[in-house]
Each structure stands twice: as C-alpha cells, then as structure tokens.
Design a binder for this molecule. Sequence first.
Ligand code: C5P
Length: 212
Amino acid sequence: MIIAVDGTLASGKGTIARGLAAHFGLPHLDTGALYRAVAVAVLSAGDDPADEALAEHAAKTLDPANIDQHAIRTAAAGAAASVVAAQPRVRQALFELQRRFAEQEGGAILDGRDIGTVVCPDADVKLFIDADPQVRAERRWRELVASGDEIQLEEIERQLAERDKRDASRETAPLMRADDAILLDTTHLSIDATLAEAVRIVKNKTGATPGS
Ligand code: C5P
C-alpha cells in the first residue's frame, strides 16, 4: 500500500504522515527533508542555492541516511529548499530516490508537494492537507521558536506567502492537489482529530488495519 500525503507548508502533513506510518506499520519518507538537505549542502559550501548545476550535484551525492535533522529545520534551510526545489535537475535526481522508497515491498508513506501528482501517481490513497495561512504561519513560528530560532511571526508570514507562491507557480511539479486526492483542512482540527480523520480515510479506501 502506498500513501501519498501532500500539502502546504506547516499544514500538518508531516505529523499526519508520521502518525499514519506508526498506525499502519509502514516506512515513512519526509521528502521535504531531502530538498532541505540539498539546500543545506549548498549553503554550507558557501554556494548559491539558485545555481542549478551545484544544487544538482548536491542532490546526486546526497546520503539520505546521513541528514543532519537539526540543520535542515531552520527557516533559512526551508527558504533555500524551495529555491533548489524549483530546479528540474534537482527534482530529477531526487525522483529516483523517492521512487525506490515508494516501491519497497509492503508499501510506504511519502509526504511532500508532488507525491500524488508526480512521484506516486499510482498511490492507493492520496491526501492533500491544507489550513488557513495565518494558522500555518503561527504553527511554524511556534515550532521554530521552540527549536531556538529567534524569528518574528511577521517574518514567517512573509516567508510562508513567498514559499506558497514559489511552490505553486514553478514549472516543474508545482504544488497542486491531484484530481483523486482527498482534501483535509486542518485549520480547526487538533493533531489527534486530524490523525483520526486521516486513519478513517485510509481504512475506508483500502480496508487496511493497524500494522497491516
Ligand atoms: O515540507 P518542507 O517544508 O520540509 O519542504 C521544504 C521545501 O521543499 C518546500 O517548500 C518545497 O519547495 C520543497 N518540496 C518539494 N517537493 C516535495 C517536498 C518538498 O518541492 N515533494
């Protein structure tokens, strides 16, 4: 069983994907972490994330098992990730890796922006997660502050609007809901309620049971 979880920034898609993975006993890939790791590799070499050849090299040499989970979670890494993610050669390099993960025996859950449309158009269940932009900005701000990033809420609101726009308007694999994806709006839902709803959708579509 392949489950594709796409959605906007700070919509709750990562939490939902992790929760579904634990519930159904499936391996999970956070594909945003791959783009973030490419961005961090480029930035730490002192290079420009907009340089496609350098970003492609970083994507091709990325070791997914060795991603610094702390370094990729900063606001700067997120902003640079959406720049490298707009480059077709970077997307191509990361596509193979994501496809291999999806095709493993027993199935998998992947979350990102183009899983249901490009990486796994054949997924058994496709969810598209969204929430009101103000609610998303506040969520992301709280996460960043909790991890020690001293950033203002206004700055997050600005970055979120910019990244939403860049992710949705890029030519290659723009963020969009697949025709057959089920929309889950988390604006007024708690984490538990959101996850319960996602589990219900997966069960309804596939008949899957916990750990199956
Ligand atoms: O989800 P997260 O905020 O970690 O993703 C960081 C960036 O990576 C996104 O803003 C988006 O530009 C890019 N991304 C993507 N395709 C994916 C996952 C993430 O373009 N499948």
